[in-house]
Write a protein that binds this ligand. Structure first.
Ligand SMILES: NC(=O)c1ccc[n+]([C@@H]2O[C@H](COP(=O)([O-])OP(=O)(O)OC[C@H]3O[C@@H](n4cnc5c(N)ncnc54)[C@H](OP(=O)(O)O)[C@@H]3O)[C@@H](O)[C@H]2O)c1
Length: 342
């Protein structure tokens, strides 16, 4: 089969589009013919060696897989060749933990394509229990924009921040793949949303997702804007995938008793702690990593009902994996980039 593999850590040009063996499947696995695979910023970190240095090469990454079942293992029940499926964007690798609930808290939980081969290929092997049959009826390249950012957004916005109707929520990096999904989830939950972007070209895009206020942080101070938007009160929740560079502003933007949820760090791993701000304001600080099966199911119901839409920036052939990673690194994307292996 064709795959875009990396043979070492490095820049986008580390990808090689080549022939590799189709993965063999175990008794409880299925072989999925990959129709589309979404790219996540996680893949950029993985490629650079920032997620783990303990990867065997060649490696095939890719967490957001939409496909059809090509072959089923001898002990698999309830699935047939030809079924259309989504692959869970993360699952516990240790078979002893496969019943762990919520799955994202299992010790061996890993983003799909992180340690085992993923979807930058024409086929991938996956435990049958971690494929989701009967996904929403959308074209594969649209559907592949959804699973990882959806489960992340539902866990962060609904479960951890407990966003409810009428609340005010600040979403950092509102045009990013995950930020754009958080804007949508917050709107579905009935919140008013402010979001940040790094250029004026992204403002209209994020407004279309339902944000009331979109702030270009390159031209004005997001904290001032948020204070004005909330009449000085502060927001109920900050949903943050940027990390270090905006930490203090995020903390200052919150109201008393507000929820801060972080799940990303494109803007840096560390920040000075503003302890007095945290305890005087009775803030709730949450670290968030992916989400549970129930959260993904809830999110997919919203997609089926048309309340959450796929946000496809661009689909490219699998052989253009390097170009696709460069595009994401350019920070010009609005939503998601997807690879097509056939
Ligand atoms: N923990 C989890 O479960 C989980 C799940 C999904 C994503 N994440 C994390 O969330 C982060 C975003 O992921 P994504 O896939 O949504 O990213 P993405 O689609 O590639 O978007 C990243 C955006 O972040 C903004 N940004 C702000 N400061 C930046 C900086 N210093 N360097 C680069 N970009 C910066 C840029 O938009 P502007 O130029 O408009 O600011 C950029 O386009 C990553 O850290 C990722 O690992 C974590």
């Amino acid at each position: 089969m064709k795959a875009s593999v990396i043979r070492q850590f490095g820049g986008p040009d580390s990808f090689e589009h080549c022939d590799v063996n189709v993965p063999s499947i175990g008794h409880e696995e299925v072989l999925v013919r990959v129709l589309a695979c979404g790219i996540n910023h996680y893949d950029l970190f993985l490629r650079k060696g920032d997620v783990t240095r303990d990867l065997s090469f060649p490696h095939v990454m890719g967490a957001d897989v939409v496909g059809e079942i090509e072959e089923i293992g001898s002990r698999v029940q309830g699935l047939s060749a030809g079924d259309r499926v989504i692959v869970a964007p993360g699952y516990p690798l240790d078979p002893a933990e496969q019943d762990f609930e919520p799955i994202n808290l299992a010790r061996s939980y890993s983003v799909t394509g992180g340690l085992k081969w993923g979807g930058y290929a024409q086929f991938m092997a996956v435990p049958a229990r971690f494929v989701i049959p009967n996904p929403p009826d959308l074209p594969a390249e649209q559907l592949a924009t959804i699973p990882l950012v959806l489960v992340t957004a539902v866990h962060a916005v609904k479960t951890l921040a407990q966003v409810s109707p009428g609340q005010k929520v600040l979403v950092q990096a509102g045009a990013s793949g995950s930020g754009a999904m958080c804007v949508q989830v917050a709107r579905v939950l009935g919140a008013d949303v402010a979001a940040t972007v790094g250029s004026d070209e992204k403002i209209g895009f994020v407004k279309q997702l339902g944000a009331e206020l979109v702030i270009n942080y390159q031209t004005c101070d997001f904290l001032d804007q948020v204070k004005e938007w909330t009449n000085g009160r502060g927001v109920d929740a900050v949903i943050d995938n940027v990390g270090g560079s905006v930490f203090e502003g995020n903390i200052r933007a919150l109201k008393r008793g507000g929820h801060f949820v972080n799940f990303g760090m494109v803007g840096g791993h560390t920040a000075p702690y503003a302890f007095p701000l945290i305890f005087y304001k009775h803030l709730h600080l949450h670290g968030s990593m992916m989400g549970s099966t129930e959260e993904l199911t809830w999110g997919l119901e919203q997609v089926r009902a048309g309340r959450i839409k796929p946000i496809l920036d661009q689909a490219m052939p699998l052989r253009d994996a390097a170009k696709a990673h460069k595009h994401l690194e350019s920070r010009r994307t609005r939503g998601k980039v997807v690879l097509l292996p056939w």
